[in-house]
Design a protein around this ligand. Structure first.
Ligand SMILES: Nc1nc2c(ncn2[C@@H]2O[C@H](COP(=O)(O)OP(=O)(O)OP(=O)(O)O)[C@@H](O)[C@H]2O)c(=O)[nH]1
Ligand SMILES: [Mg+2]
Length: 351
């Protein structure tokens, strides 16, 4: 603002034009009550308000208010041009100032000096920052399904959720992770089905263990063991997977695990299998059949309890476990984690 003080009995009041206000910042914030990026799908450009102009009587203009964009927890914020990760909004309330507002200009008052008492000079404010971003949502599942290939993981998921992963009687039917929202769970429990693991997966055998990081953020593991393997085979299957969990280095072996024998309908007597697994693991073992539906409701109820327990004891400790197959070009910057490909999400209504 260029202005001069004009008041009765105050001759030559001098310059009194105030500075302009700073423009608003654009801020991204992680919130846990959103599950998808649908809310920002339509509006492509976000602008915080400008600051107000300076006023007379040396009044500084009002600052532009910050524009806060709420995004679901688990959103990965990348620079659209260079692709690197700027921030992982991993927790509730995590914030990132993505573009700073421009500086306000100077009023003529600030140009006054001993030699120039009536400056008519002012500068306009500077434009704020502009950023192009790519947002990627990694849904955080509550429960991760584990087991050897053919254990019945996908069949289980298809029985308890509206997800329809491919099911077949050969190993490695599932090639990429699938998420499903459990039917009838009013709080919305999300299950992640990942490709089966085999011995040596940590060293790349089979499909390797790179999908394990999709369950690294889950709170609870549901470990399925094929009941048709018999007591010895089942114990071996279980310990193979446990060993791969340890060797993966993703800190998965401390998560609470629920163990269940599957395919009850296909075995004459599942009791020896259950007993052998209970002895080996020292934990309670459930028995289910995804075909007949026996035991499913009970297992879901137990999972719900374990998830609640894990939620109370704080966020997943291995939340930022590094992935092993981030795409090239994903550079580490500050608190950013390595990039990952998002899991498929066949749930209805989710973009
Ligand atoms: N009888 C019976 N068969 C089952 C049951 N659950 C799964 N199966 C069968 O077991 C086979 C493997 O099932 P999937 O669900 O594809 O197994 P998966 O663990 O997802 O296997 P991968 O994706 O290869 O790791 C399929 O032929 C299923 O029909 C069950 O409860 N009872
Ligand atoms: Mg499968």
């Amino acid at each position: 603002m260029v202005s001069f003080r004009r008041e009765k009995y105050v001759p030559r009041g001098g310059p009194d034009g105030g500075a302009g206000g700073k423009g608003g910042d654009v801020i991204l914030r992680g919130v846990s009550n959103l599950n998808t990026l649908a809310g920002i799908q339509h509006l492509r450009t976000y602008r915080a308000d400008s600051g107000r102009s300076g006023g007379t009587a040396n009044k500084t203009g009002r600052r532009g208010p910050a524009l806060v964009i709420e995004l679901p927890v688990g959103t990965l914020v990348r620079d659209a041009e260079r692709g690197h990760v700027l921030r992982d909004l991993a927790g509730e309330g995590d914030e990132l100032i993505i573009a700073h507002g421009g500086k306000g200009g100077r009023g003529n008052k600030s140009y006054a000096s001993a030699t120039n008492r009536t400056p008519r000079q002012s500068t306009s404010g500077l434009p704020g920052e502009t950023r192009r971003l790519r947002l990627e949502l990694r849904l955080v599942a509550d429960v991760g399904l584990l087991g050897l290939p053919n254990a019945g993981k996908s069949t289980f998921l298809s029985r308890v959720s509206s997800a329809r992963p491919k099911v077949a009687d050969y190993p490695f039917t599932t090639l990429s992770p699938v998420l499903g929202l459990v039917d009838g769970d009013d709080r919305g429990m999300v299950l992640a089905d990942i490709p089966g693991l085999i011995e040596g997966a940590h060293a790349g055998a089979g499909l390797g263990d790179r999908f394990l990081r999709h369950v690294a953020r889950t709170r609870v593991l549901l470990h399925l063991v094929d009941g048709t393997l018999g007591p010895e085979g089942a114990v071996q299957a279980w310990s193979t997977i446990r060993q791969e969990l340890t060797l993966s280095g993703l800190d998965l072996d401390h998560k609470s695990e629920l163990l269940a024998v599957t395919k009850l309908d296909a075995v004459l007597d599942a009791e020896p299998v259950r007993a052998a697994l209970a002895q080996a693991s020292g934990a309670e073992v459930a028995v289910i059949s995804s075909v007949s539906g026996v035991g499913l409701a009970r297992v879901l109820g137990q999972l719900r309890l374990l998830v609640d327990e894990a939620m109370e004891s704080g966020p997943s400790s291995s939340a930022d476990a590094p992935g092993k197959d981030g795409p090239p070009g994903a550079s580490k910057q500050g608190p950013a984690v390595e990039a990952t490909d998002p899991p498929q999400h066949p749930g209805p209504g989710d973009p």
